[in-house]
Design a protein. Sequence first.
Length: 603
Amino acid sequence: MLGVLALGVIAGVGFTQFGTSNSSINQTVVAHAATKVDAKDYGMVGDGKTDNAPILQKIINAYSPEDNVTIQVPKGTYLFTNADLKAIELHSNITFNFDKDAVFQIKKGDRMAFAYPSPKGGYDGGISNVTWNNATFRGDYNSADGQSVFVQSIHHASNVDFNNCTFDNAESPTGHYIDIDGSHNVNIKGSTFTGFNANTDFDYKEAIQVDYSDTKAMSYHEPGDVYDYLPSYDINVTGNKFIPLSNASGTVKSFAPNPIGQHVVYAKGVHGIIHDIHFTDNYVQDAKPQLSEDGANIHFVCVSDLYISHNTFENKGALGSGNYIRIYNISPTAKMSNIQITNNNFVNLDPNNRYIYFDNTKGAGITGVKVTGNKITSSNSKIPFVLSAGMDTGDMKVSSNTNNKNVKVKPTDVKNTTKLQKLTGKYKGNKATNKKESYVAGYDAQYAKLASSAAKKYSLYNHVRGHAGWYIYNSRDGWSHAKKSGLVYVDMRATADSGNWYRIRFSKDSNARKYWVRSGALKFDKITYESYERTMNPLKKYTMYTKVFNDPQLAKLAGTTADLGSKSVSITKRARRVSVYDGKTSTYYLVNDKYWTRASAFY
């Protein structure tokens, strides 16, 4: 029978935890080959305030690798700081099980590594059999403290599993969520990776780096580790999500991490190159745009037996990169083989150069390439799907890839705006008295706020007063539809002999009944303008307008920043818009002296 942990002062190997918030009793934990430990029972505090790093380390140290220990983490928010420890050192045969709503939290720009020590070289020089089940690693970002970071630093390790874990807003701008260096049989399944607040110099960093045993490859350097340039292999990344952090409006707050890859070959691949990498059944949305000619969201240098299959890659708010996938051989001696990119969905990516790029201009060869069964959804059918450089086309099989063209829906042009609609019911139209009328249509999502006395002072019309067939709606058909918020949606304005008018509706639904009202009934956002000269690169997909959104003159749609590509544009004016709805201020830029868009498109 396996031993148990005992409370109280017991002779033997153990540690003492003084005065936790749960108890004022001194506790000594002694390991006797126990199989399961409740982390909270033995000192960890899920109050979001207590530093749990030294406590967790003591629990781990109380057991030997032969104990096959499982640490159960109950519900709670367990804060980690680097006040006493720079890393949590793991050992072999350890499992972490997180209960629902159990969270490891890092804040205020602190960094904490989970180190997988390797005191010897070789593939068996590190630890093995480490499992994380349902773990949540949560960070935060603010301008004062920077990015808070959790990183898994896996060196010469084997049989490491991450099952249904969450890595939330905790990736280092200069590093990764998971470093896999000289390791093998690492499995990441059903997990979610969110947010990448990238420094512009390091925006190519991946959530999961598959690399070599080298000090430069490691996010954290464990004292005493031995490095020997061994490549990682047998890595399986299956059924995960890589998604952005979003604002309340649904726009991108911080991009999704670049999912997987590496960029360097160490010691010229003296012990071989990265191999047997499976990236399967994953979803990637709005990864950070890689704007350079050779930039790519998935990038591998000198790799063989790479399988990228049955994934969905999609942009909803981000612009396209230079390439989406780049496979590159820079070694004059190492030959790459068996690269399979199959049955993936590429949705609205619209890269500047091509979707998939094989580059062998400096390498000894890339053979056994298979790109088949992929589906591209895009309004731009002219972007090349696969291009290669320095390769023999006989080494590539590219077939059965389809482009289901998603036709871009243009804003409906408003035509015949002065044409009288047929009247039905009891209303009888009045004769035309206006000699002059002019109409301007705008984007139908714009809004204004009703003046406090609007319902008492103003009537609602079927058309502007003085137009042929005009009439006034009675109160039951008019102001009774106004909402408590006082907001109305505006899609057209008119100037006539009878005054200035707007066409409004009381619902977001563009098919809702429309009314004409005099301009005095509405209050629009306050917009101020100033000179602002910059040259910038658009990074996110935002709507562009002919005027600032909610301008009283009404803005029209003018495409999106995706239409600009990722090339530099000229910013000549800046506008501040204060919303009549919630008082919040939004900033807009004038792009190339033509179109207005949110400043957020450039950050």
